[in-house]
Design a protein around this ligand. Structure first.
Ligand code: CO
Length: 215
C-alpha cells in the first residue's frame, strides 16, 4: 500500500469513530467556528498543535511557518491575525516554538539555504540584538535552545507591535499573548512569557486610537 492511501483509510476510520460517538458531529462542526485561540507555531511535523494541547477541531485557529515567526510584512500571517482578532475575536494568541528547532539552529550557522536565507535572516537579526545573552555559552545545542526562547519573546513583541492587536486591546481588552515553547524530548510545553493589554511596550511602537469610536 502506498503511504498516501494509509492517510485516506485513516480518515475514513476517523469519520466512523466520530459519528459513532456523536451522530451529528460534522453537522454541528460545519455550522460555524468560534475558536478562542490563535495558534502560531512552527511547521515542524513533530509539533502538532491540536494533539499536544488536547484540543478538538473548532478550538484552534492555526498559522504555522518555519520557526514560528511574526513578520510585519508577511501578508499571510497578517491576514490570519486580522481574521482571528477582528472577526473571530480570539481571546488568546499563542506563539509556540520548540526546542531543537531546525530553522533556529540553521540561523545560528553559516549554512546557505537558498530562499530560506531571507526568512532565517529575521532570526539572525534577533541574535544580533541579543548577543550579550550568549556570552559564555558555546555548546551548539545550548545556544540554539537559548535562541529558541529569545525568538519566542521577540515574536510576542512583534505581535504587540501590530495595529491589529493594539486595536483589539484598545476596543475590548483582549487578546492575551502567550509565548510557549515545546520540548521535543519530553512533550512538555513551558510558558516563556505573557503580554496583556496593559503592558510595557515601548512608546515608539504604540498607535493612537483615540480618534476611533470605541466598542
Ligand atoms: Co521548528
Amino acid at each position: 500500500m502506498q503511504s498516501d492511501r494509509r492517510l485516506i483509510l485513516a480518515n475514513r476510520a476517523w469519520v466512523k469513530d466520530k459519528l459513532s460517538v456523536k451522530p451529528d458531529y460534522f453537522e454541528v462542526l460545519a455550522r460555524d467556528q468560534k475558536p478562542e485561540f490563535l495558534w502560531i507555531g512552527c511547521s515542524d511535523s513533530r509539533v502538532p498543535a491540536e494533539e499536544i494541547t488536547g484540543t478538538e477541531p473548532g478550538e484552534l485557529f492555526v498559522h504555522r511557518n518555519i520557526a514560528n515567526l511574526v513578520i510585519h510584512t508577511d501578508f499571510n500571517l497578517l491576514s490570519v491575525l486580522q481574521y482571528a482578532v477582528a472577526v473571530l475575536k480570539v481571546k488568546h494568541i499563542i506563539v509556540c516554538g520548540h526546542y531543537g528547532c531546525g530553522g533556529v539552529k540553521a540561523a545560528l550557522t553559516n549554512q546557505h539555504l537558498g530562499i530560506l536565507n531571507n526568512w532565517l535572516r529575521h532570526i539572525k537579526d534577533i541574535y544580533d540584538r541579543n548577543r550579550g545573552q550568549f556570552e559564555g555559552i558555546t555548546e551548539p545545542n545550548a545556544r540554539a535552545n537559548l535562541m529558541c526562547e529569545i525568538n519566542i519573546r521577540a515574536q510576542i513583541y512583534n505581535l504587540a507591535k501590530t495595529h491589529i492587536v493594539q486595536e483589539a486591546w484598545y476596543r475590548d481588552q483582549r487578546p492575551i499573548l502567550h509565548g510557549w515553547i515545546y520540548g521535543l524530548d519530553d512533550g512538555m510545553i513551558k510558558e516563556v512569557c505573557e503580554m496583556r493589554p496593559e503592558n510595557d511596550l515601548d512608546q515608539i511602537f504604540r498607535y493612537d486610537f483615540s480618534n476611533l469610536p470605541k466598542g
